[in-house]
Design a protein around this ligand. Structure first.
Ligand code: ATP
Length: 643
């Protein structure tokens, strides 16, 4: 089944071994992926396409596959390099107008009707009469031009961008314009999760190996190899999230040797391990029964992954793998003071926390968020930052992910030193009784933290699990104890105009969670409380430029009817008193009930500008919260009945 779609994604003639990958074949693959909601079908389409790319690449050419993969996930570089697309609507409208000879007004009117600029571009192209068939687009040509657009900055960059886009559009045939424009916008919207790309890559590599082998493989052998390859690829990519490194190794040594050739490497940030929420200390003890665990302060700052290469270069990365050295020039200056002399290379997991200059007291995240994100000058810094390290993932040439936390912690303390007000180790207590944990939790809150992180300490259950929200890390926030529950990070997808005094701003908003598998935003509630006049004004300023007339194609609307739609970009942290089933909203539909789950009495806490829309809370977490609440209510019910 993996290769059943080859004939459909191939193009007739013209794609011989050593030739550049035709963009038409990729666009065809995209359109077939877009047409199905079945994950397995999406995987086999992509596998077929990647297999063709591997088979038809010249020996030693890893660029073809690399560029094809980047275009499939709509990126142009690893996250930490930060070459990004996301071209504004007006620029694209201009380019579509110029390349198809249509007026801006016509293009705008059609956009209003279609709600998808990609479709508008395709229709405009197809209704245009051309005398000569343009030279077919190739993947390297499209990729190089997209990169050039993303990299062009400065004075005349707008004109340059329009001219490159116009050139690309002029060469488009059939459905190519649709996907090029969507790529430029920064969202392909074909329901192609990165996980599918990773599995398809692994499958294509196995099938290429099989075809080289020449021998017949039994069905069982093939099935087990495909499964093993997908597991290897997923774990390797979570440790070394860089296709620039993984793909050449995959082609040179094959998928089954990847674990030896691609390991965690300083300079390539990995996706951090995350925690599951917990509501009561009793629940922690149930979960970690008879196992050793440790409680650490949960600092209220910003995640910071610090890397040092063998040559002494230091890098600081955010939880989304963005390079933060421009945001934290002070941290970059401070870091060398805490590294002991025999520490040559490392990867630290830590929290950067704002502290008061004179007293060293911890300050809440809001203080830290007042900092600019870029081009910060040390002399202008008002808010001082101290780094609290809680894990060591790599040391002197060796990854430590698969060592127990107790060993990693020992190495951390041996190779780094406390520098007052600059660097410290996360405060911890290994006490295990309810009373001691309660006391430690209260102490953490008194010291200005959010609560505790409780972590498995020994055995393989305490290994570091990149990119996973693991049950081996639990978070216990002070809010839970007040019975409020965990907060959610939700995307603002719609707005309602204000009434009375609030007519010049939005008065309420429609929020959504994000389903990474289906690549869609699912509506969850309307929120209109918790906002000061000042905050409403700030929301207006941020959201107004994101207004759209129709919901974007990847928003699963349900019965919600906001007055305006927004491009899903802005993430808010929200608290709720209660979750309930709803016939209107679509969040977690099908997970606990046919109806969706919605938030009752949601309250705005803060803007999460350290999270992108794709990092918003997912439907599984929402279903879990709903079920946990139902369980707690049934317990209370039993108690009340004396049960
Ligand atoms: P939250 O809103 O709770 O920060 P989150 O989705 O950002 O949620 P969680 O997995 O829920 O992340 O909580 C872990 C976060 O807490 C980490 O990303 C990190 O930034 C922060 N943190 C603070 N202290 C610690 C610690 N001792 N160990 C691990 N993470 C810590």
């Amino acid at each position: 089944a993996a290769l059943s779609r080859i004939a459909e994604v191939d193009i007739k003639g013209g794609w011989k071994v050593g030739n550049p990958v035709p963009y038409a074949s990729l666009a065809k693959t995209f359109s077939l992926i877009e047409a199905t909601t079945k994950r397995l079908e999406k995987t086999s389409l992509l596998t077929s396409f990647f297999f063709l790319v591997i088979q038809r690449s010249a020996k030693g050419d890893s660029n073809s596959l690399l560029q094809a993969v980047y275009l499939c996930i709509n990126r142009l570089s690893p996250d930490y390099v930060g070459v990004e697309l996301g071209i504004g609507e007006s620029l694209l409208i201009k380019a579509i107008g110029e390349s198809t000879g249509r007026s801006l007004a016509t293009v705008k009117a059609e956009l209003k009707k279609e709600g998808d600029l990609g479709l508008v571009a395709m229709n405009s192209k197809n209704s245009q009469k051309t005398l000569f068939k343009p030279k077919p687009l190739t993947v390297p040509f499209v990729f190089t031009n997209l990169r050039e657009i993303a990299l062009s900055t400065g004075h005349s960059s707008q004109a340059k961008k329009v001219s490159i886009i116009t050139k690309l559009l002029a060469a488009c045939q059939d459905m190519e314009a649709k996907y090029i424009v969507r790529s430029l916008e920064g969202k392909l919207r074909i329901g192609n999760a990165e996980r599918t790309v990773i599995v398809a890559l692994a499958h294509a590599a196995v099938l290429a190996e099989k075809s080289q082998d020449g021998k017949k493989w039994s069905e069982e052998k093939l099935a087990s190899r495909l499964e093993e390859a997908a597991d290897i690829m997923k774990s390797v990519y979570s440790e070394l999230p860089s296709y620039d490194r993984v793909i050449p190794a995959l082609l040179d040594h094959g998928v089954f040797k990847l674990r030896d050739t691609c390991k965690l490497t300083p300079g390539v940030p990995l996706k951090p391990m995350l925690a599951k929420p917990t509501k009561a200390i009793g629940e922690v003890l149930d979960r970690f029964e008879n196992k050793r665990f440790t409680c650490e302060y949960k600092y209220d700052g910003e995640r910071a992954q610090v890397h040092q290469l063998e040559d002494g270069t230091i890098g600081v990365f955010s939880r989304n793998s963005e390079d933060m050295s421009k945001k934290y020039p002070d941290l970059m200056e401070q870091l060398p003071h805490c590294i002991k002399p025999d520490t040559r290379s490392f990867v630290l997991d830590a929290e950067a926390v704002a502290i008061e200059k004179t007293t060293g007291k911890l300050m809440p995240f809001q203080e830290l968020s007042k900092r600019k994100r870029k081009d910060v000058k040390v002399e202008d810094i008002q808010v001082r930052v101290c780094l609290f390290a809680f894990d060591l993932l790599y040391l002197n040439g060796e990854p430590l992910l698969q060592k127990p936390l107790c060993e990693r912690r020992e190495l951390l303390r041996k190779h780094f030193q406390i520098v007052s007000g600059e660097f410290d180790f996360a405060k911890h207590s290994d006490a295990e009784s309810i009373d001691e944990i309660q006391a430690f939790l209260e102490e953490s809150v008194k010291d200005g933290c959010e609560g505790l992180m409780i972590k498995m300490l020994e055995s393989d259950a305490s290994y570091y699990e990149p990119s996973r929200r693991s049950v081996n890390w639990l978070k216990l926030k002070k809010d839970y104890l007040a019975g409020v529950g965990d907060s959610l990070d939700l995307v603002v997808v719609g707005g309602y105009y204000g009434k009375g005094k609030r007519t010049n701003v939005y008065g309420a908003f429609l929020l959504a969670c994000y389903d990474a598998d289906a690549e869609e935003y699912q509506t969850i509630c309307k929120i209109g409380t918790g906002f000061s006049e000042e905050i409403l004004q700030a929301h207006w300023d941020t959201l107004r430029p994101l207004e759209m007339q129709k919901p974007r194609g990847d928003v699963k609307v349900g019965g919600a009817k906001p007055e305006v739609w927004f491009e899903p970009k802005v993430v808010w942290e929200v608290l709720t008193a209660d979750l309930s089933l709803s016939p209107i909203y679509t969040a977690a539909q099908g997970l606990v009930d046919e109806r969706g789950v919605s938030l009752r009495f949601p309250r705005f806490i803060r803007v999460r500008d350290d999270k992108s829309a794709d990092d918003a809370t997912g439907p599984e977490q929402i279903a879990e919260m709903y079920e946990r609440q139902a369980l707690a209510q049934s317990r209370v019910g039993k108690k009340n009945k004396g049960g």
